[in-house]
Structure formats: C-alpha cells, structure tokens
Design a binder for this molecule. Structure first.
Ligand code: ATP
Ligand code: MG
Length: 302
C-alpha cells in the first residue's frame, strides 16, 4: 500500500469529503480536546502592530502573549495542550534518537497541503514542548522563506537568516541563529526575501547547510516550519532534505483531494511521514475547541 493510501486510511473521516462519521480509534490516536478562548483565536489571526520585537540575536519570548494566542508556554507543562504535544513529539523523538533511528531523523519538516492549516502553530508548539521538557535542544528554522511567520508569532525581527547563509558562503550559520529565553530553543530566521528562493533551497549550498546542521547539531532536533506543499514549490524541495515530515491536516477543512495531491508530491522524498490533525472545531458558547490526532506511517508503521 502506498503512503498515500495509508495516510488517508489513518485519517478516517476527518478530512473534508467525509465529515459525518467519527474516525475509528485505531486510525487516528485521539487526544484530549484543546480549549482556546475565542478571544485568543482572534488575536492569533491578526497580530497587533505593536508586537514587541527585538533586533538583537536574542529573542525574548513573551509567554503571556504566547499563551493569549493559544501557544504553549513555560507554565503549561501539565495542561491539555502540553499533553497533546507530548503525544505528537514522542514518536518523532523516537525516530530521531531512539534505538533504531531513521536516517536524518533529527531533521523534521512541519508542512501541510494548503495555507492556514496550522503549520507554524504546530511547529512553534512542538519546538517549545520539546525544548521545555526534555533533555533535547531544538533549532526552529523558518523555512517559509516567501512568507515567514515566526517573527510575527514570536515577536522578533531578524535581518539575516537561512537565505543569507545560502547566498553567501562566507556567512556562517551560527552568525544568524538566534537564541531565546528558553535555554534549549534557538531560531534560524528565514532571512532576506529573495526571488529565486526555490532554487536556493534546491542548491548544493542547501545540501551543505543541511549536512552541516545535521552533523554539527546531531544531538539537536531541527524543526522546519515550511510553506504549504500545494501553493509553492519550496516545500517539496525541502522535503527531499528531511528525515521526517509532519503533515498538518485541518480537521473537517482540508479536502481529501488536496491531502492526496500533497502526499503524492512528497512521496519518495522522505520515508517517515506523520499526521497531526489540527483544529477540529466543535464550537460552544464563546469557546473554540481545537483538537489533535497523531498517526504515524511509513517506515515506522511497517
Ligand atoms: N489548534 C489551533 N487552535 C487555535 N488556533 C489555531 C490552531 N492552529 C492554528 N491556529 C490559528 O490558525 C491560524 C493559521 O495558523 P498558522 O499560521 O499556524 O497556519 P499555517 O499553516 O502556518 O499558515 P501559512 O500557510 O499561511 O503559513 C493562526 O491564526 C493560528 O493561530
Ligand atoms: Mg505558516
């Protein structure tokens, strides 16, 4: 069975073509519902222009602000959101550092079929979750080079980043990485916008950078927040560099046809693809219910 058939099987009925039947338990591991106040949801979709920023190479994450936007924070270790991300990260970490690690398993791309399905939200929460709780360091890479969103969500500005390192072989990776006030979390910003970004991501320079990251930081998880697969060509190019891919599916919204097409575009690039089911919405008075599931397939599920 192809990875596409497996993925659609695991998703059961949670994507758009079939929303009436609840998914079978064995298809998607269902995790406690996340309740995010409607107010926080509103803030998240329209970042305020007065966003606190920093231009130095240190990012001071404002946990109060992150929490208000529905993100995981340092006081959240026992909350539902933290528990959900614990379930999502466990198999990723096992693939990266367990007794039978997958090739380049510490390089993980978070992607989805279409815009707005929650890639950046999931990548940020995963990064915070791993960096806060475990003895693992995390490098969060803003690989959505055409439309970077880490600065707006995390509240920082960065002049240089990934694209600058790729364009200038004299610029060292470590000179653009930003540390944060979570000791084990650092960020590689996207860098200056560049029209031929896809070519850069497909270049030998990118191969060298990925090899450098994977070797120099072999004890570190490197999470790439990526563009949507169907809207850009960068995501498929990036996929070929990864050891693992996390595919975010927006519950009851992502059309199965889009997911099928997205999976087919990355088939053959990376053996280990996992699914995070995001934003399953059952609104009640004033609250927004989000909800995640995790289903791993590919090498792990053989
Ligand atoms: N589980 C969730 N609960 C509440 N809000 C969420 C959830 N997931 C995503 N969001 C919100 O949905 C919006 C889109 O999320 P996000 O920016 O992460 O999507 P994306 O897939 O990265 O989009 P793009 O393709 O534009 O990069 C944001 O306002 C985000 O805060
Ligand atoms: Mg994004």
């Amino acid at each position: 069975m192809s990875i596409i058939e497996k993925a659609l099987g695991k998703l059961g009925d949670q994507s758009k073509e079939d929303v009436s039947t609840p998914p079978a338990q064995e298809q998607v591991v269902q995790i406690e519902p996340l309740v995010v106040k409607a107010e926080a949801q509103t803030h998240a979709s329209s970042p305020s222009p007065s966003t606190p920023t920093t231009t130095s190479r240190a990012v001071n994450l404002d946990f109060k602000r992150l929490g208000a936007r529905g993100f995981l924070t340092n006081g959240d270790e026992r909350g539902k959101l933290a528990e959900e991300y614990r379930m999502i990260k466990r198999p990723l970490l096992a693939n990266a550092f367990g007794p039978n690690p997958v090739l380049k398993g510490n390089l993980i791309m978070v992607t989805s079929s279409l815009p707005g399905e929650g890639k950046s939200f999931s990548a940020i929460n995963l990064a915070i979750s791993i960096a806060m709780e475990l003895d693992r360091t995390v490098l969060l890479v803003d690989a959505d080079v055409a439309k970077p969103s880490l600065p707006k969500y995390l509240g920082f500005q960065a002049e240089h980043g990934l694209l600058d390192v790729l364009r200038d072989d004299k610029r060292d990776l470590s000179s653009v990485i930003m540390r944060t006030n979570i000791e084990k979390l650092s960020i590689l910003p996207a860098g200056k916008t560049y029209a031929r970004a896809t070519e850069l991501l497909a270049s030998d320079a990118m191969d060298r950078l990925i090899a450098d990251v994977a070797n120099r930081y072999s004890d570190r998880l490197v999470l790439f927040d990526s563009p949507p697969i169907l809207a850009t060509s960068e995501a498929s190019v990036l996929a070929s560099h990864m050891g693992q891919i996390v595919m975010v599916v927006e519950s009851e919204k992502t059309p199965k046809s889009a997911l099928r097409e997205a999976l087919s575009r990355i088939e053959g690039t990376c053996d280990v693809v996992s699914i995070v089911l995001n934003k399953s919405a059952t609104p009640t008075a004033g609250d927004y219910y989000g909800y995640y599931g995790y289903g791993g397939y590919g090498k792990q599920a053989e």
